[in-house]
Design a protein around this ligand. Structure first.
Ligand SMILES: C[S@@+](CC[C@H](N)C(=O)[O-])C[C@H]1O[C@@H](n2cnc3c(N)ncnc32)[C@H](O)[C@@H]1O
Length: 301
């Protein structure tokens, strides 16, 4: 059926609905995720277009010269490690960059020999697959809910939330002003302004935002960007302010792992309850299972 006749058919159907049920039906049509299967492809394409726009504005390693500490921390990793942003560069893209000689998955262990070992990869963003997993399989229906992404960087969690969820408001809080500008550019270009807002701020100044959030997302926010004392203080702040009963906290990696090695006095059992996740939702060949298993969900008690 072509667009015109499909629209006619829908309008015709709406005219037959009992008047008392019409507002409920229209509200359902506005907010339901039952149409996802018809729009998913468009949403994927839009996110891929956003990734292309961002790739054109950023160097291959997707780090800015303003990120001194993160650059230094990567260099100090025990194994040679490179930064590849998983939202901007999927596996196929990395393969083609390797073929063109612009990137390598291996490093030479003994200079001049053919002995090689795999390089470590660090991504500072969720991949498209991880975003879809979070919005389709980790979080419940977000109609009317407020979501906060702590350290929103390129804005991937916000764009994913706009396209894959019905969240009422999506807030990103980002310390780095250059990344805030990039997010603003994308939000404006793709007309996401009605539901996405980015704040250029330290999360430790955003108490009331955290206190009112229904969902807080924390993807490896502090580890590469703050020294240990600052990480400890930031986690103390999070644990004091993410307190809304029944709200949800999504972290990568687990809270236990994030807090281990830090000098903090945070008791997890009175604060949160971990919600088990099913990581077996995609066929093995299509996913980076290890990456999905880093995603953890907690309910605030
Ligand atoms: C690993 S990235 C997360 C990216 C994004 N949330 C995602 O999942 O795709 C972490 C970001 O947190 C930011 N950040 C670190 N400490 C912060 C703080 N105290 N307040 C706000 N942002 C912070 C960093 O600048 C960095 O861009």
């Amino acid at each position: 059926m072509e667009f015109r006749s499909a629209r006619q058919a829908i309008l015709q159907l709406l005219r037959t609905v009992a008047p008392a049920d019409l507002p409920v039906l229209l509200e359902w049509m506005r907010t339901t995720r039952d149409f996802d299967e018809f729009t998913q492809d468009n949403n994927d394409i839009m996110l891929k277009n956003i990734a292309e726009d961002l790739r054109n504005c950023l160097p291959l390693e997707t780090m800015l010269s303003s990120e001194h500490l993160a650059l230094q921390k990567i260099q100090q990793q025990p194994e040679p490690t490179i930064q590849v942003d998983a939202f901007l560069y999927d596996e196929d893209f990395i393969d083609s960059l390797c073929e063109e000689g612009k990137m390598s998955r291996n490093y030479c262990m003994v200079c001049g020999s053919h002995q090689t070992a795999p390089l470590g990869f660090v991504s500072h963003s969720f991949s498209l697959m991880e975003l879809k997993f979070i919005y389709r399989h980790v979080l419940p229906d977000l109609s009317g809910k407020v979501l906060v992404d702590v350290g929103s960087r390129l804005g991937t969690v916000l764009y994913g939330g706009y396209l894959y969820s019905s969240a009422l408001q999506l807030y990103g809080v980002e310390l780095n002003g250059d990344f805030c500008q990039l997010q603003e550019m994308i939000i404006k270009k793709y007309q996401f302004t009605d539901r996405i807002k980015v704040l250029h701020a330290d999360i430790c100044t955003q108490g009331s935002l955290l206190q009112n959030a229904d969902v807080v997302i924390m993807n490896n926010v502090f580890e590469y960007f703050l020294d240990e004392a600052e990480q400890g203080r930031a986690w103390e702040y999070i644990s004091h302010n993410v307190r809304k009963q029944g709200s949800l906290l999504v972290t990568v990696p687990s809270l236990e792992q994030s807090l281990s090695g830090l000098q903090v006095n945070i008791q997890l059992s009175p604060w949160v309850e971990q919600v088990p996740l099913n990581y077996n939702v995609y066929p093995e060949k299509d996913v980076d299972r290890e990456a999905l298993e880093q995603i953890h969900l907690y309910k605030i008690l």
